[in-house]
Design a protein around this ligand. Sequence first.
Ligand SMILES: Cc1cc2nc3c(=O)[nH]c(=O)nc-3n(C[C@H](O)[C@H](O)[C@H](O)COP(=O)(O)OP(=O)(O)OC[C@H]3O[C@@H](n4cnc5c(N)ncnc54)[C@H](O)[C@@H]3O)c2cc1C
Length: 373
Amino acid sequence: MEKVDITVIGAGVIGLAVSYLFSDLGKEIMVIEKNRSFGQETSSRNSEVIHAGIYYPKGSLKSETCIRGGRLLYEFCEKNKIAYKKLGKLIVANETGGISKLETIYKNAGECGVEGLQFLAKSEIRKLEPDVRCEKAIFSPETGIFDTHSFLEFLYKKSKERKVNFAFSVEVIGIERKGGEYKITVSEPHKEKFSFMTECVINAAGLFSDKIAELAGIDADKYSYRINYCKGQYFRIRDPKKFKVHHLIYPPPSEIDLGIHVTPDLAGGLRLGPDAEYVEAIDYNINEKDKNKFLNSLQKFLPNLELNDIIPDTAGIRPKLQSEKESFRDFVISEESTKGFPNFINLIGIESPGLTSALAIAERVKQIWSNIR
Ligand SMILES: Cc1cc2nc3c(=O)[nH]c(=O)nc-3n(C[C@H](O)[C@H](O)[C@H](O)COP(=O)(O)OP(=O)(O)OC[C@H]3O[C@@H](n4cnc5c(N)ncnc54)[C@H](O)[C@@H]3O)c2cc1C
């Protein structure tokens, strides 16, 4: 039976960042992806924001990988000529509840080591953003946007140049522990089955990462690895020139998401959203009726916005460990020897800020891998 050293399941941003960082090890690496190309799921259905790491609890993986990952990502984009803009972000509040949330956010960010945050008064906000109405705001200078597709393409092309193998339209359907290694069974494009052996498995399967863990025999419910789907819809502004918005504008976050926000994109457009709703199945349709919800939410700080300004855009699904009833859950980045699965590395629940964190997550995976050698 054929054998490779390392198998990465999934060619989203996490699988690609891992394959890129591992590609200098001189190991035989195989990336398996069920879609026809890389980055067809959550990695191309998001806000493309480089987050500063403001909201996550101190010491959490989300906090640490976001802060480090953001720095790495800006350097990476600069070095490799990937388009980005460090636009800065305003978290705006109007009512007392919102303002006290801003204070909690500011304190947490400072404790986590996020640099450069400032409170702005109404008059300062008016100068920066004449169309935005609010009483108080936090300004985050380190938040930005970037060209995700070019980033993914760069990681893919460089990995390939460095001899990483990619198998597209190939789905992992079986994982069996055998003689200290893993037998991976895949279904190929014409549904033929094929199996090979591997020493190490890296599960970067996004929305299906709980299912991949289960294929190997890891009990997803026992270890709280079950993924919940939380859909986020986007609308956009029909005529972006009608509004002067220069920064990313966010309301204070809720328990499950960052709130419906306005994001200028690299092409000069203005994206609205995402909203957040737990769903049973993956579908990327936009419910046009939700325009009203978007309008009500956004008019609180963009009072001149009208229903007719809003047109449907795209949607993404967050792979959330946190169920509707739970509060914060962190990323899972775990080598599973203690569960009886040595050399099996699970990356589960990689929701936002996963894009920002990708290079830092891959660094951690490489560190884990070298520790188990
Ligand atoms: C609405 C929304 C907005 C977001 N905004 C931001 C943002 O602005 N900034 C930020 O930092 N993060 C953001 N995120 C989070 C970010 O997009 C994700 O954390 C990141 O894209 C996850 O990447 P991934 O590689 O883990 O998953 P994916 O991109 O989903 O990749 C997983 C891959 O695994 C493949 N796969 C699954 N099962 C199998 C199998 N059995 N065999 C073979 N292949 C398989 C899938 O086909 C898929 O291509 C957002 C997410 C959402 C949903």
